[in-house]
Design a protein around this ligand. Structure first.
Ligand SMILES: [Ca+2]
Ligand SMILES: [Ca+2]
Length: 102
């Protein structure tokens, strides 16, 4: 019963307690919710991410909308790779994920 430690962060994510991720890990984590595989996070995909950490209901929809708006620099309605950097604050407040420098 030996488990190998993977390098990619799996969803070893409980719904309570603070989690810490680097920016790289946070991006990888978010990309797991990129259902249509276009490399951008839509409002619906962000909602799934919030749900996975214990969110739910109408409030989640509201939060995901806010998250997109706060991070969406070019106003196309999606979070692209470089815009994920703008989600650091959102991650901390809404996802309970602390982005650490390394
Ligand atoms: Ca997508
Ligand atoms: Ca955008």
């Amino acid at each position: 019963m030996a488990f190998k430690q993977g390098r990619v962060v799996k969803r070893s994510v409980s719904s309570k307690g603070k989690r810490e991720m680097t920016m790289e890990e946070f991006k990888l984590w978010l990309k797991e919710f990129d259902d249509d595989g276009d490399g951008r996070i839509s409002k619906e995909e962000l909602r799934e991410a919030i749900r996975s950490v214990g969110g739910g209901g109408w409030f989640t929809t509201w939060k995901s909308g806010r998250g997109i708006r706060s991070a969406d620099d070019n106003r196309d309605g999606f979070i692209s790779d470089n815009e994920i950097n703008n989600l650091v604050d959102f991650a901390k407040k809404q996802l309970g994920v602390k982005i650490v420098p390394y």
